[in-house]
Design a protein around this ligand. Structure first.
Ligand SMILES: Nc1nc2c(c(=O)[nH]1)N[C@H]1C(S)=C(S)[C@@H](COP(=O)(O)O)O[C@H]1N2
Ligand SMILES: [Mo]
Length: 413
């Protein structure tokens, strides 16, 4: 069940067969034409869930206030500075940059310069945005921008840098700063087939909108949303190796990876006997990849006892495989000018993703259940990762990402 302010997406948009009697042949014909609906593979900007702090929220600023906040294309600037912090015994030398980029001396990076850098280093990739604390994916975009390491190279030689912090516009109020970080290695080195941390200025082929964090936001591909700082304005390199992300103050794991997990859509609470039951949802491919998604249906009394995710009944199932959505026609869904071969995580010859769903991306899953007798039911779905761990194993701490097993309840009448 959803335990957060965002209720799970309701995604069954199918009519019923109606009350008139139909022959078996007619019913079969109708059934062929009704199928569970998948989510749009790329989420339109207006359909994303927004998770933004700030008072006022930075994307609500308009006119002179937006200009003053440097949140227009013309006024956007990025400062990059080094932390003078030292403290025994863990930080004996301070971080340094050969060249800081600052507003004060007019050297801060502007949008035309970032886009110019993109002509040589631009990357595109698919990423599901998900909040560590919300059990529904927020949306999936094709994000375009420049790797953070290429931007840092503008500062020349760095010394004694062990972490890189970033934050966005915060109404010039230190209490509103929302900052996140990556380690030096996570920023500078990318494993083959993996995705670099980058500064995004486009989503789904459009300039990044104010609500998505435009003009420029950071994207940390492998992590939850809190690392992907919106309205980016400051990068700060430090030799303090500890992770002091703002999110850590909320008892969250500040080194979280996206979790492989299935998220179940809401559906009708009452279904007529004889009609098919459609299970739909989305599966995110986290660090450990996706092997399959499975469902388990059980008939219950009208007031079922809640089952823990590790209850013997849940472990036993039986669990039955769901269908994963087929890969879309990439050429038709990617923005014009972006070839599938050029999307990171896609094979450069075949133009297909190296995994399905793409790693750190998501796709829909479906199942059709037929012939259910009248009664109350619980329908669960879980993912199984590439290591054969069934959700929520092997990392069930919900403060490193929500991956409890979701359940939908309904009655067949
Ligand atoms: N500057 C800033 N960046 C931010 C936030 C914020 O409050 N301020 N929220 C973060 C969190 S917790 C999440 S989950 C994502 C949500 O991204 P979205 O609004 O594009 O869906 O943005 C992240 N980036
Ligand atoms: Mo979040």
């Amino acid at each position: 069940m959803s335990t957060n302010p965002i209720s799970r997406r309701s995604f069954i948009r199918l009519g019923t067969l109606g009350a008139t009697a139909v022959s078996a042949a007619d019913a079969a014909a109708v059934e062929k034409t009704v199928a569970p609906a998948c989510h749009a593979f790329l989420t339109a900007d207006k359909d994303f869930y927004d998770v933004s702090r700030g008072n006022p929220k930075p994307h609500k600023l308009t006119g002179a206030a937006q200009i003053e906040a440097r949140l227009t294309d013309e006024t956007w600037r990025l400062e990059i500075t080094a932390d003078p912090f030292i403290e025994a015994p863990h930080t004996k030398q301070a971080a340094s940059l050969e060249k800081s980029l600052t507003l004060a001396d007019g050297s801060a990076l502007d949008l035309p310069k970032l886009i110019e850098l993109g002509k040589k280093h631009e990357v595109h990739f698919l990423k599901a945005m998900q909040c560590l604390n919300i059990d529904t994916p927020l949306g999936q975009g094709l994000w375009t921008g420049v790797p953070l390491r290429e931007v840092l190279k503008l500062c020349g030689k760095m010394n004694n840098v062990r972490r890189i912090y970033f934050w966005g516009f915060h109404n010039n109020d230190p209490k509103q700063i929302f900052k996140s970080s990556v380690s030096y290695t996570q920023c500078m080195e990318t494993a083959p087939g993996d995705l670099p941390v980058f500064l995004a200025y486009r989503m789904n082929g459009e300039p990044l909108s104010p609500v998505r964090g435009g003009p420029v936001r950071l994207i940390v591909p492998w992590s939850h949303g809190y690392k992907s700082i919106k309205w980016l304005q400051h990068i700060f390199v430090t030799n303090d190796a500890r992770n002091n992300d703002t999110y850590a103050e909320g008892n969250n794991d500040p080194d979280s990876f996206l979790k492989t997990a299935a998220y179940v859509d809401d559906g009708p609470e009452r279904i007529k006997a004889g009609e098919p039951v459609f299970l739909t949802g989305q599966v995110i491919s986290g660090l450990s990849g996706v092997k399959r998604v499975e469902y388990w249906l059980r008939q219950v009394g009208d007031k079922p006892v809640k089952l823990a995710d590790d209850a013997p009944e849940v472990l036993r199932g039986p669990w039955t495989a769901c269908e994963l959505e087929a890969q879309p026609d990439w050429n038709s869904i990617l923005p014009s000018g972006v070839k599938p071969q050029n999307v990171l995580g896609f094979n450069q010859t075949t133009g297909k993703p190296n995994a399905w769903p793409p790693r750190y991306g998501m796709c829909s899953f479906t199942a059709v259940l037929r012939g259910l007798k009248p009664g109350h039911y619980e329908l669960r779905a879980r993912s199984v990762d590439q290591n054969d761990y069934a959700q929520p194993e092997p990392r069930p701490s919900q403060k490193s990402g929500k991956n409890s097993i979701q359940v939908r309840r309904f009655e067949v009448l």
